[in-house]
Design a protein around this ligand. Structure first.
Ligand code: OSB
Ligand code: MG
Length: 372
């Protein structure tokens, strides 16, 4: 049965994080992004979220490129096309190269709509099996080590299942050594966001004494080959984030031995359908995966929760609760973490209601497209 799209509404929002989030590539605080609403003939609405930031620091996409590609290419491609399943969008969008976050935003809205039409939760529609998911937290680079130790302590007390620390070349080994001394048994990992090169090999090898769960994306955002060289010299598992944009990237990274773990982000890989293919591949190859985050608002967070219910998401992800980043989220109820777990919602689709008042409060624009 066709999905019978009637219109797509792009809600452009601006939301301010509670605190600046520091990474090796820069500091994030204001998030401008889109909530994509896909509406069918019966008045059901599905929601997706664009996850790019306003600057192309993490990958090349931005809020503005997402807007351009959605408005001028992806939505027009849907205006004259019938399709039965969200998986069909991969083929429809294939002529457009990359721009994965733009594709994932639209695809996400249609996945939610499809699940609602089927009367299933998004998790069920994806084939997920868990009723609760384990989560960790990602802590930005902090001005002082005492502040960091206190922050870690707080999050351990809240029950988060692992602590991820952002690092950069001037704030890495010594910081991690101090953290390890204070927290000898905590599950800790580090995320470099591409801050090193193979010239840092000897320095990076010293990380092996820290008993980290993994080191995330130490080398270039577009590299797989040098990561394979580094992994041969390091016992700490390498986890790839920025380098993996597709099933084929994952396949090649695994074949080359460039990583032992993969951070799957729906936006970075072009949507839930591709994320599920990567999940299945990694399960077959015995590569554990976990769901990364992009400082999402509630809709994006809900999609992450649903994806994480697939069985090979065997490590805690970065999906913290709404209140970590936002004074007020755009969904009701908000995503809540208790003892390091999130209970998967049971209402159809993403399982959370959109707070229309919040959507208005944060709105900086709205664009409507009728399907022809
Ligand atoms: O590398 O995983 C990353 C935030 C912004 C950009 C990139 C990353 C991150 C995080 C935080 O680590 C994830 C989150 O809490 O949403
Ligand atoms: Mg990362």
């Amino acid at each position: 049965m066709p999905i019978s799209l009637k219109k797509i509404v792009l809600h452009k929002l601006n939301m301010r994080l509670k605190f600046p989030f520091r990474t090796s590539f820069g500091t994030l605080q204001d998030k401008a992004f889109f909530i994509i609403e896909a509406i069918d003939e019966n008045g059901n609405s599905g929601f997706g979220e664009s996850v790019a930031f306003t600057s192309p620091w993490y990958t090349e996409e931005t809020t503005a490129t997402n807007e351009h590609v959605m408005k001028d290419f992806l939505i027009p491609m849907l205006q004259h096309t019938q399709f039965d399943h969200p998986d069909d969008l991969t083929g429809i969008f294939k002529p457009i190269k990359r721009n994965n976050m733009a594709k994932a935003a639209i695809e996400g809205a249609i996945w939610d709509l499809y699940a609602k039409q089927q009367g299933k939760t998004l998790a069920e529609a994806l084939g997920g099996t868990k009723s609760e998911i384990d989560v960790g937290v990602s802590l930005g680079i902090q001005p002082t080590i005492d502040g960091l130790l206190e922050d870690i302590d707080n999050h351990i007390n809240q029950g988060f299942k692992r602590i991820k620390l952002k690092i950069k070349p001037s704030q890495d080994l010594e910081v991690l050594q101090k953290v390890r001394r204070h927290f000898p048994t905590t599950q800790i990992m580090a995320d470099a966001n591409s801050a090193y090169t193979l010239h840092d090999m000897d320095h990076l090898k010293k990380f092996d004494e820290l008993d980290l769960m993994m080191i995330e994306q130490p080398l270039a955002h577009d590299d797989i080959i040098d990561h394979a060289k580094l992994q041969q010299e390091m016992s700490t598992p390498i986890c790839l984030d920025e380098s993996i944009h597709s099933y084929d990237d994952a396949r090649q990274a695994i074949e080359l031995g460039a990583c032992q773990v993969i951070n799957v982000k729906i936006g970075r890989v072009g949507g839930l359908t591709e994320a599920k293919r990567i999940h299945d591949l990694c399960q077959e190859k015995n590569i554990p995966i976990w769901c990364g985050g992009m400082l999402e608002a509630g809709v994006g967070r809900a999609h992450n929760v649903a994806l994480t219910t697939l069985p090979n998401f065997s490590m805690p992800g970065d999906t913290a609760g709404s209140s970590r980043y936002w004074e007020k989220d755009i969904i009701k109820p908000e995503v809540v973490v208790q003892n390091g777990t999130i209970t998967v919602p049971t209402m159809p689709g993403i399982g959370y209601e959109i707070d229309r008042d919040a959507l208005k409060e944060f709105s900086i624009g709205e664009f409507e497209f009728k399907m022809l």
